[in-house]
Design a binder for this molecule. Sequence first.
Ligand code: AHM
Ligand code: MG
Length: 286
Amino acid sequence: MTDIIKAIENIAVEIYEAIKTKDTGKVDSCNVSGDVQVKLDVISDEIVEKHLLKVKSIKEIISEEKETPITKEEGEYFVAYDPLDGSSLIDVDLSVGSIFGIYKDGYNGKNIKASVYVVYGPRVEMVVARDVVELFRLNENTKTFEFVKELKLKEKGKILGPGGTQAKWFDFHKKMIDELFMEGYRLRYSGGMVPDLHQILLKEGGLFAYPATTDKLKGKLRKLFEVFPFAYTYKKAGGEAVDGFKDLLTLKADGYHDTTPCFFGSRYEIDKVLKTYEKNKEKLKG
Ligand code: AHM
Ligand code: MG
């Protein structure tokens, strides 16, 4: 596992360099989920692949940018990654990130053993979740990551990141979000789940929601590359991660690019989500 984390540190340094120096434009193709790709998606994907394939303990890798995995002869870990999450923000110079889920025996929620994400912001930070959740910061002189502190969520936060097209929200979801704002929560949503979830984690509480919508009952965010890794991080930090009804890490993945509605946060907010969704579960059917 340490060798995988070391490889991710090297990947982060290289992707950050690419973000600073390469073209921010689009390519003519879409990825397997139909998202428009930018050149940096492709470059970042190549950087991750190059480094991870050299790691002995890795058996298989699968990228959000690719249809199928690459399998090796040796190794025990399965790594699912989103090389450049939030890349639609690259041309407006907002923060983006890389996400890695490290699995054993396949890619279901219960099989995730560790998760790592990197935020490319004014500074580069890396959060590693194993038994505990630790924050590291890139020292630009030495190109190494230095330990900053352990991260823990409190029972309740003050900020809210409500994703999904509002015109397509279910009425009960809209009411829940409105009630949270009326309780005093403040809006914090950039459109990049890495910086948005990083903010809630570092501010020690709050709620990020990417719900089912009337046009997309399974939400947008992908289980393997985005949802399971962050669910693991939030749970290890003392928070909760649910699909509205269940712990996200009890879910199976129906295909590599399967999506799910998801909510990450501290206990108070997730409790409200669970109660609201239980009361309204019939409305989500058909
Ligand atoms: P991407 O992997 O194509 O970048 O898409 C994932 C991103 C997340 O970072 C973010 O939370 C979400 O898409 C934003 O979606 P929306 O534009 O619908 O708010
Ligand atoms: Mg993504």
